[in-house]
Design a binder for this molecule. Structure first.
Ligand code: DLL
Length: 436
């Protein structure tokens, strides 16, 4: 397999050089942070008054975590380090409470983020000869524009299709011989479920790859996507606060995501104690952005659960790798006292061959107890099969889920197209229990 590098020196640099580059960049970012209203107060309170107070990477640990609430409470300009005349782009993320968070990029910041995006695209073996259909929403969400810029830098022809209008999307794929999709995994599965209705076979398309991200998905979902489309699906991780997609990306070997350590300092902490954990331990991911000076963000508390590791990758990139995201500390459900992550349910549901392309999780109150309902779409030929077979399938799904999460869910089986479709991030969990 031919390995291509966008910037071989940096991607394969020895760890010592990466750490020394991180220290140099951290000092520079501290200088910018001291220009922001937020960090101007925060950093001196832990004895950091100038970049010279950072002597080693360990000094980063002195800085308290920055949370999404800090961003909200200091909206819109509390984290801005430069005059707005230096800003060329903003993005926002609305999250669940409705109070937005905003990020600002200078021309230099945008250039640096675009380069990292191009590096991520290249790592999957994608080149200027590929045609990218970008099916993520364009606008304040980073998934559209940030990927677009990176793909243009690689020199690809980009189809800025954005999300939605599935029939037109498929037409675009056919007309322009799209080879790569950028899309959420849930929407990609939905697209597949519509092909028969449009009279299109997978073989009529020229697809080779998909970059899938922006939402949690299991290895079984990846396998399902790859099997249904006969393509390679690469996991792409990122978040608005760190410049959107391209924080960590899988290479051609698809064995976890290379986190670009020249641009981001990654730490894993114990969610309960805040203690920094060694490589290999699962915990919350904390990220420091080293390449954005208009709006520096130090030790951002992502709440994403993952682990980092240094297992050698055959591609010879040296940056540590990030595991698939295992869940978020704030999406954990407590059902009759048992902790359940939606990702555990997806892992089981998506490995059952009869299960189609969509599912949803409901939690309800039934008297004093909680009731977990897993609604699952089946492929139509199975849905139309014998009643006995369908009953057996219900039992099989419930048994497999009980073995994984120790709770017995109610299983509802649906025909294709009955569950809600999301063209962006899917809402997989509906928790109807009264709020305490
Ligand atoms: O979702 C940026 C992005 C766009 C990433 C396109 C990948 C592709 P936000 O809207 O700020 O930004 O949401 C960030 O989404 O903290 C994770 O919880 C989740 N997330 C993103 N990528 C993945 C992934 C974009 N590959 C939040 N696997 C993050 C699991 C993901 N969760």
């Amino acid at each position: 397999m031919e390995i291509r590098y966008w910037n071989k020196d940096i991607e394969t640099a020895d760890i010592k050089s990466i750490r020394s580059l991180q220290l140099q960049r951290l000092k520079a970012i501290i200088a910018s942070a001291l220009q922001t209203p937020f960090y101007k107060k925060k950093l001196p309170s832990v004895g950091i008054n100038s970049p010279d107070d950072i002597k080693s990477l360990d000094d980063l640990r002195r800085i308290p975590l920055t949370s999404k609430d800090d961003l909200r409470q200091n909206y819109p300009k509390g984290f801005l380090a430069v005059d707005t005349s230096e800003v060329v782009r903003i993005h926002t993320s609305s999250g669940t409470t409705g109070v937005p968070t905003v990020i600002y990029l200078s021309a230099k910041d945008l250039d640096a983020a675009t380069d990292i995006m191009a590096r991520s695209i290249y790592a999957t073996g994608t080149t200027k000869n590929d045609i990218l259909q970008n099916m993520m929403s364009y606008g304040l969400f980073t998934g559209g524009l940030c990927m677009h810029y990176g793909a243009e830098r690689v020199g690809m022809m980009v189809i800025p299709a954005a999300g939605g209008n599935t029939k037109r999307q498929v037409q675009l794929m056919k007309d322009f011989r799209t080879t790569v999709l950028h899309i959420t995994p849930s929407y990609l599965l939905h697209v597949r479920s519509k092909l028969d209705e449009y009279g299109v076979n997978v073989g009529d398309l020229a697809l080779k790859k998909a970059f899938v991200g922006a939402e949690p998905h299991s290895e079984n979902t990846r396998k399902k996507i790859e099997g249904l489309f006969n393509i390679d699906a690469y996991n792409s991780y990122g978040l608005s606060e760190m410049n959107g997609p391209g924080v960590a990306f899988e290479c051609v070997h698809k064995n976890d995501l290379h986190i670009w350590e020249d641009a981001y300092i990654a730490e894993i902490i114990n969610p309960k104690t805040g203690e920094i954990l060694p490589d290999g331990s699962e915990g919350e991911l904390i990220l420091t952005n080293l390449i954005r000076h208009a709006m520096p963000l130090l030790r951002y508390h992502t709440r994403d659960l993952a682990f980092l590791h240094t297992d050698p990758c055959p591609c010879k990139r040296t940056h540590r790798r990030l595991s698939r995201i295992l869940g978020r500390t704030d999406d954990m459900l407590i059902i009759n006292g048992v902790n359940v992550f939606p990702s555990q349910i997806e892992e089981v549901v998506m490995r059952i061959p009869e299960v189609g392309t969509n599912y949803q999780i409901y939690v309800e109150k039934e008297g004093a107890l909680d009731r977990l309902v897993v609604k699952v779409e089946l492929y139509s030929k199975i849905f139309l099969g014998e009643a006995k077979q369908i009953d057996n399938l219900k039992t099989k799904i419930a048994d497999e889920l009980r073995a994984s999460i120790t709770i017995t869910p109610v299983i509802e089986l649906h025909e294709p197209g009955m569950l809600p479709v999301f063209e962006g991030k899917a809402v997989r969990v509906v928790d109807n229990r009264p709020k305490l």
